[in-house]
Design a binder for this molecule. Structure first.
Ligand SMILES: Nc1ncnc2c1ncn2[C@@H]1O[C@H](COP(=O)(O)OP(=O)(O)OP(=O)(O)O)[C@@H](O)[C@H]1O
Ligand SMILES: [Mg+2]
Length: 294
């Protein structure tokens, strides 16, 4: 019989059995130590990866903020121009108020116009600040039905006054969203105002607001059967100060997109001249990983 046991043979000699056990224990211990070391290595690498991810996120946020500030620098000259017109008008009106001969009715009317121009200025400045400070948006969890209720409350009388049908959606009571309620309401208000402006005056004018929830996202749709837009207008929609309205600031959509992006979403547009427009604003339902506006 061969002295060396083959791997499948179990040794019967007690000395060899003891040696086999000793070897087995030694290998087990070595394996267990190696496994422990491997586990620690995995933990270390996981921690390093998390730190690297956090650093990447921080750098990306910084780069986006820098890009936004650079864009704001470019916008400064345009902004000065935007502020100059309402300011000049307000100054002109206020100057008229100095006239002691002015009848009371004219005085009231001029004062009202002055306040109107100053309010326009204030809105421009507030919009600019929202655009610049996008990353400082606070977050809360709220019922989507409450948000829609608030919007409908504000928007319904305006639509009625302009002869535009408006249909707010029914939203499931349990549907919630985490994000900045005020900013999201502002973005949707702008889309609704745009839709109202586009639809009013058209036959059977209507604006429809819809909400669709999917696993991680909420999509708000704002559709109108108004004038629609040519491709060259669609291409410039989100440019700050791009407007086709004499009273417009052209900041509404730039800010709305910034808000959607800050909530991990965006805005899609479908439109054609004469065929109305559809704007879909999406936000992430948790939105913790949202990016600052760009
Ligand atoms: N639903 C729509 N139908 C047709 N045109 C639209 C619609 N929404 C936006 N637009 C076009 O896009 C332009 C830019 O819209 P945006 O909301 O950014 O600025 P605005 O409405 O002109 O001014 P404001 O700053 O007061 O909102 C509008 O002037 C208009 O020409
Ligand atoms: Mg607008």
């Amino acid at each position: 019989m061969n002295a060396a046991a083959s791997p499948t043979e179990i040794p019967t000699d007690p000395a060899r059995l003891a040696e086999a056990f000793r070897l087995f224990n030694q290998v087990s211990e070595e394996l267990s130590t190696a496994y422990g070391a491997l586990e620690r290595q995995v933990e270390k690498l996981t921690a390093e990866l998390a730190a690297a991810n956090a650093e990447t996120q921080r750098l990306r946020e910084q780069a986006e903020r820098n890009a936004r500030l650079a864009a704001m620098g470019e916008m400064a000259a345009q902004l000065a121009h935007q502020l100059r017109t309402p300011l000049a008008a307000a100054l002109l009106y206020a100057g008229n108020l100095e006239n002691p001969e002015l009848p009371a009715a004219s005085r009231t009317s001029i004062a009202r116009k002055t306040v109107g121009r100053l309010k326009h200025l204030e809105r421009l400045i507030q919009d600019m600040l929202l655009f610049a400070r996008g990353e400082a948006l606070g977050r809360e969890t709220f019922a989507v039905a409450d948000l829609i209720g608030d919007l409908a409350h504000t928007f319904e009388p305006l639509a009625r006054q302009r002869g535009v049908a408006f249909d707010p959606p029914d939203v499931a009571a349990g549907l919630t969203l985490t994000g900045n309620r005020k900013a999201i309401a502002g973005a949707l208000t702008n889309l609704l105002e745009n839709a109202l402006q586009a639809a009013s005056g058209h036959p059977a004018a209507k604006v429809a607001l819809g909400v669709t929830a999917s696993a991680g996202q909420l999509a708000f749709s704002i559709r109108d059967n108004g004038r629609g837009m040519a491709p060259d207008v669609v291409a410039r929609l989100f440019e700050p100060f791009f407007t086709t309205r004499p009273e417009g600031t052209g900041l509404g959509l730039a800010i709305a997109r910034g808000v959607a992006r800050a909530h991990g979403g965006g805005i899609d547009v479908a439109s054609a001249p004469g065929a109305g427009s559809a704007f879909i604003l999406t936000v992430s339902r948790g939105s913790a990983g949202g990016q600052p506006p760009t």
